[in-house]
Ligand binder design. Structure first.
Ligand code: CA
Length: 221
């Protein structure tokens, strides 16, 4: 899961970045609207967290440009403003939800999960392909309805990347892209280690290797 965080306040930005890192969301943090738009032109994200009060282009302008480009990326507005008008303009402008500062990180994470679920058209809070299911709230995986197995942050991030689209093959670099943010050191066999660890926990059949291409989970539903 890759997140674009657009926030000019260093303390709030750092707190959010830490919280997202704790749940292994690859996070790229930018501090103004123009940089956000430049970044979006060359990198895909699973979700955007957008502060409204930004220097230069404000958040609502950034939102308008994103939606005018027909980019449907899930987007959650973060705002300190009390103004009801801004929140309404944000939602009408194509934001999927908003959260008001100050907020608890647990609530931000829950709202992000809810937005992702709604945008993905998924009613259930779990990701599943009918064989393995993943609970993003606890980071536990269940295979064939056996006892839940606790995954590490990165094991979770990798399995989630595959379970978002069962049947799709993700290459090594596509998986790295979902797990590591800017400036995070990526070991050349990090993905192999994670796949190995996941197979040890979940059994060898859950994640399939497509030789020379990448990895996938079966599409069974
Ligand atoms: Ca701000």
């Amino acid at each position: 899961m890759r997140v674009l965080l657009v926030e000019d306040d260093p303390m709030i930005g750092e707190a959010i970045q830490e919280a997202l890192k704790d749940v292994s969301y690859a996070t790229d943090w930018v501090k103004n609207g123009q940089t956000a738009l430049n970044t979006l032109a060359c990198q895909n994200y699973d979700i955007i967290l957008l502060d409204l009060g930004l220097p230069g282009k404000d958040g609502l302008e950034v939102l308008n440009v994103i939606r005018a480009r027909d980019n449907p990326v899930p987007l959650l507005i973060i705002t300190a403003r009390d103004g009801l008008d801004d929140r309404i303009r944000g939602l009408d402008g194509g934001a999927d939800d908003y959260i008001r500062k100050p907020f608890e990180m647990a609530e931000l994470l829950a709202r992000m999960r809810a937005v992702l679920r709604r945008k993905g058209g998924i009613a259930s809070p779990h990701f599943t392909n009918g064989i393995v299911s993943l609970d993003p709230a606890t980071r536990e995986a269940t295979v064939n309805a056996d006892a839940p197995i606790q995954l590490s942050n990165r094991e979770f991030a990798l399995l989630q990347a595959l379970l978002i689209r069962p049947g799709a093959i993700l290459s090594r670099s596509e998986l790295e892209d979902r797990i590591y943010g800017w400036g995070e050191e990526v070991d050349s066999n990090a993905i192999d280690f994670l796949i190995h660890a996941l197979r040890k926990k979940l059994g060898g059949e859950v994640i399939k290797n497509v030789r020379g291409v990448g990895w996938m989970v079966s599409k069974t539903m």
